[in-house]
Design a binder for this molecule. Structure first.
Ligand SMILES: C[S@@+](CC[C@H](N)C(=O)[O-])C[C@H]1O[C@@H](n2cnc3c(N)ncnc32)[C@H](O)[C@@H]1O
Length: 254
């Protein structure tokens, strides 16, 4: 077995520990018919994350966690595979598969090196999964390898602007000041947090996507509706109604 990179090992420990905090939200999302996205649970009808033609598509969720997105894809007729770095998250996913009578492969592994042949999938998707916690220089080319020509990559992660405005202190919401330089941001370790995140500027994402064989199709800046709520303390609704705190990238394999 190849050795896992240091950030993957660290994030594995983080997510094995954090998994218990994601059981209830996983249960709620598995129980939903219409997908909702991100920390504000914006309905699919308002944000348009999913491609329309999922029936019969081969799909992979990179960093699937409790695998509710995989469940939504499977219910829309896709043949789906979920991969996640945390066995504890996958334990919840497996239990929810059995509760909901759905069965699809769930792999314990690193989305930077996926044990599937080239051109196995039509869709690769990630919501705060590999797109936040895996090294983009590794997982984006790996997603390109896994996709067929014309296949889609869709991912939702923190907006770059939010990352520039979130204070280092845990539990404190972003304000209207830029707190760190944009240039040079890539690997981010928050003080007191053992996890490793990756945050790229828009230019860096575009160059990486195009250099890996993708054409960019859209960048959706998610705006939560008035009255939306979140359990995360790092951004307020007032902020998120004024500036994008989440973004959805859509690209297509050439
Ligand atoms: C926030 S959850 C994402 C799942 C779900 N969409 C959600 O928002 O709750 C982050 C997930 O990414 C997984 N993850 C982190 N690094 C990964 C990697 N290198 N490969 C695969 N999964 C990874 C974690 O184990 C965790 O389950």
């Amino acid at each position: 077995m190849t050795e896992l990179p240091e950030h993957v090992l660290r994030n594995r420990a983080v997510w094995d520990d954090r998994a218990k905090e994601y059981v209830a939200s996983g249960e709620r999302r598995w129980a939903r018919d219409e997908p909702v996205w991100g920390i504000w649970s914006v309905p699919e009808s308002q944000v348009g994350v999913l491609p329309g033609d999922l029936a019969g598509a081969d799909a992979i969720e990179l960093g699937c966690g409790t695998a509710y997105i995989s469940a939504w894809l499977a219910r829309r007729g896709a043949r789906v595979v979920g991969i996640d770095n945390s066995e504890a998250q996958l334990a919840t996913a497996r239990r929810l598969q059995s509760d909901h009578g759905l069965d699809f492969p769930l792999l314990h592994g690193n989305a930077e090196t996926v044990p599937y042949p080239d051109a196995s999938f039509d869709l690769a998707i990630s919501e705060y999964g590999a797109c936040l916690w895996a090294d983009p220089a590794r997982w984006v080319p790996e997603a390109a390898r896994l996709l067929r020509p014309g296949g889609r990559l869709v991912f939702l992660t923190n907006a770059f602007l939010l990352t520039l405005c979130v204070p280092d202190e845990d539990g404190v919401a972003a304000g209207d000041r830029l707190l760190r330089p944009a240039f040079g941001l890539y690997r981010v370790e928050w003080p007191g947090d053992p996890g490793v995140e990756f945050h790229l500027s828009h230019g860096d994402w575009i160059r990486l996507l195009r250099g890996s064989g993708f054409e960019l199709e859209d960048l959706i800046e998610v705006r939560p509706p008035a009255g939306a709520t979140t359990r995360y303390p790092y951004v307020t609704l007032e902020w998120a109604r004024r500036w994008p705190c989440e973004e959805v990238w859509k690209a297509r394999k050439r």
